[in-house]
Design a protein around this ligand. Structure first.
Ligand code: NI
Length: 171
C-alpha cells in the first residue's frame, strides 16, 4: 500500500465540499482503515477523509490518548443536530503542522451519523469531544480552522501560512 500522506494547507482539495456516502462498501471500510492508520501515525485526535484527499463525508475522532473511557469513533454522513454554549479552546489541525491557536466554538454539540456497521447513532458531546467533532465536520464543508480565527490572528500567522502553502505545493 502506498504511503498515506496527510494533505496540508495550500492544497486546494481542503476547500472542496465532501460527498455523502451512499453505501458502506469495501471502499468505505478501506477508507476508514486508511484514516485510522494515518491518524495513529500522526498522533492526532481527529481526521477527515478530505485530509487524505478523499472527498467523502467521513471522519474519525480518537480521544483514547487523552481519555481512557473513549474509543475511536467513526462518523459517516454526519449531521450537526444542535449546538449550544461557547468556549475558547486551543486547537490544532494535522493539515496545519505546528500551528495551534485558541478558537471559539460551541461548547456542546449533538451529532447524528452512521457507524461503520451501518447503524445510525446520535451522541451528545462536550469538552474536547465536541471540539473534535465540530472541527472535523468543518473539513467536510471545506472550512478550515483559520476561517474561525480572528483577523488579527490570521494576520499574525500570514508568514507561516504562506510558508505552509509553499511547502504543500512543493510536496
Ligand atoms: Ni483539521
Amino acid at each position: 500500500m502506498a504511503e498515506l500522506r496527510i494533505v496540508t494547507y495550500g492544497d486546494p482539495v481542503l476547500r472542496e465540499t465532501s460527498e455523502p456516502v451512499d453505501e458502506i462498501n469495501q471502499e468505505v471500510k478501506d477508507l476508514v482503515s486508511d484514516l485510522t492508520d494515518a491518524l495513529k501515525k500522526a498522533r492526532g485526535l481527529g481526521l477527515s477523509a478530505v485530509q487524505i484527499g478523499v472527498l467523502k463525508c467521513v471522519f474519525i475522532v480518537d480521544l483514547t490518548a487523552v481519555d481512557l473511557t473513549e474509543t475511536l469513533r467513526v462518523f459517516i454522513n454526519p449531521e450537526i443536530v444542535e449546538t449550544s454554549g461557547e468556549v475558547e479552546m486551543e486547537e490544532g489541525c494535522l493539515s496545519f503542522p505546528g500551528i495551534y491557536q485558541k478558537i471559539v466554538r460551541p461548547s456542546h454539540v449533538r451529532v447524528r451519523a452512521t457507524s461503520l456497521d451501518g447503524n445510525e447513532f446520535e451522541i451528545a458531546a462536550s469538552g474536547l469531544a465536541a471540539r473534535a467533532v465540530l472541527h472535523e465536520y468543518d473539513h467536510l464543508e471545506g472550512k478550515l480552522f483559520i476561517d474561525r480565527m480572528s483577523s488579527i490572528t490570521r494576520t499574525l500567522l500570514k508568514g507561516r501560512l504562506r510558508k505552509l502553502a509553499r511547502d504543500s505545493r512543493a510536496a
